[in-house]
Ligand binder design. Structure first.
Ligand code: PGA
Length: 242
């Protein structure tokens, strides 16, 4: 299975979210390709109505690890499931950077997602500074190990998103990404023994998508900015039909 995940972040209003969902719904994708759209929480219901009954499934951009209670503004797994959500991004670098999410919180969210019946897509990746210091492998290893500590499941999905590549127009090379994907798969095999898909994210565009999509060990892409504009989303989806 290959995954195409559209992360619309906080980019679009309701009308645009619905329009993007209609584009995703209409796209023809090859067999073995799963398209997942991740609107902001407030658009999930509207987008869900558009993709309902199609091959496109709903993802959320985050979820809180507690199941219910006095946690003002938090959104839990059960609430997302009620809206038809099947996947949830966990530990996106913007959550880590702007909202103080730690590796330990990511671990709690991973456990909560599996316990509640959602498939987590765990995001990991190094900063520019860590990359320059030759710490990519150690940082990514630590993130993966902590995220899956105490987790024993059949299916793991991880998105490798080097932070320096997110929203910068400076994507990783497919060869560099592949090396990190191989490392991640090795760690999951050793620690968790699960079936593991690793997606690449960070400045994926219609121009470079083909390269990532066709590289061994890259099991799909997680796209932000280019998935939130109708022209580029259409071009990206067109590449999924063969
Ligand atoms: P980008 O974002 O495609 O805009 O670089 C990717 C992501 O953050 O998921």
């Amino acid at each position: 299975m290959k995954y195409f995940i559209a992360n619309w972040k906080m980019y679009v209003g309701r009308a645009d979210a619905v329009m993007l969902a209609e584009i995703a719904r209409a796209a023809k994708t090859a067999e073995g390709v799963q398209t997942i759209v991740c609107p902001s929480f407030v658009h999930i219901d509207a987008v869900g109505r558009v993709v309902s009954g199609s091959a496109v499934v709903l993802g959320a951009q985050d979820a809180y690890f507690e199941s219910s209670g006095a946690f003002t503004s938090a959104v839990g797994i059960k609430e997302l499931k009620e809206l038809g959500v099947s996947h949830v991004l966990v530990g996106h670098s913007e959550r880590r950077r702007y909202f103080g999410e730690t590796d330990e919180a990511v671990n709690k969210k991973v456990k909560a997602a599996y316990a509640g019946g959602l498939q987590p897509v765990v995001c990991v990746g190094e900063t520019e500074q860590e990359r320059t210091a030759g710490q990519t492998e150690s940082r990514v290893s630590a993130q993966v190990r902590t995220a899956f500590q105490g987790v024993s499941v059949k299916k793991v999905i991880i998105a490798y998103e080097p932070i320096w590549a997110i929203g910068t127009g400076k994507a990783s090379s497919s060869a560099d990404a592949r090396a990190v994907h191989q490392l991640i798969k090795q760690i999951v095999k050793e620690t968790n023994g699960s079936q593991c898909s690793v997606l690449y994210g960070g400045s994926v565009t219609p121009d470079n998508m083909h390269e990532f999509w066709n590289t061994t060990d890259i099991d799909g892409v997680l796209v932000g900015g280019a998935s939130a504009r109708k022209e580029t989303l259409s071009s990206l989806l067109a590449l999924l039909s063969f």
